[in-house]
Design a protein around this ligand. Structure first.
Ligand SMILES: Cc1cc2nc3c(=O)[nH]c(=O)nc-3n(C[C@H](O)[C@H](O)[C@H](O)COP(=O)(O)O)c2cc1C
Length: 175
């Protein structure tokens, strides 16, 4: 599969089979996050894997029926004490964590697993659920598992903007 094909196969799966994710496959997904690039190589992240006794508590942080079908999830947290800040103060932690998450979703896709980004969670509840020290911020929960649903591989034709709407060359002003 070339890159565009892989990226099109990645989709937000909201229905999972009960089958557990093998440890070897989980390691591949985590490794994809580990090797992601980050601003000044600060790697300002931790990845919290939840698949056993804390799974129900995690599901309560994002109470949707579909999320209960996920056999596991990874919570990606930003470490604001480590992230690179530009001279004007911009903190790059969220960008770095998003790149790690994207690496993970694509790695999962490449081994026939599916994911869904979840950011609409109850933040304070999640902090308590995973016992997260205050220097960290939970940025995204990634559900992970074998999908019961399938991607619509044509959706990018209608559900994404056209390049002409979003790409500019050299400047936004007419040259
Ligand atoms: C930063 C981010 C946050 C998201 N948060 C949620 C969420 O809380 N719940 C959810 O069901 N989907 C969430 N999604 C999934 C998006 O709705 C989905 O990626 C988008 O509609 C495109 O569909 P696709 O992923 O199937 O290509 C999120 C995606 C991103 C990138």
């Amino acid at each position: 599969m070339d890159f565009i094909e892989l990226a099109k196969h990645r989709y937000s799966s909201r229905k999972y089979r009960a089958k557990a994710v093998e440890t070897e496959k989980l390691k591949i997904v985590l490794e994809a996050g580990r090797i992601a690039p980050s601003a000044n190589n600060q790697q300002p992240w931790i990845f919290v894997v939840i698949k056993e006794e804390n799974l129900e508590n995690l599901q309560a942080c994002y109470p949707r029926d579909w999320f209960r079908s996920a056999p596991m999830a990874i919570v990606l947290c930003a470490d604001h004490s480590k992230s690179w800040k530009r001279k004007d103060g911009k903190d790059h932690a969220d960008i770095d964590v998003a790149i790690a998450a994207d690496h993970m979703t694509l790695a999962a896709t490449s081994i026939n697993l599916a994911t869904c980004w979840i950011c609409n969670f109850d933040k304070e509840k999640l902090i308590k659920t995973i016992n997260l020290p205050r220097q960290y911020e939970p940025v995204v929960i990634l559900s992970l598992g074998y999908p019961e649903d399938e991607p619509n591989l044509e959706r990018h034709d209608t559900k994404r903007k056209e390049l002409v709407e979003i790409v500019y060359y050299e400047t936004l002003k007419p040259l």
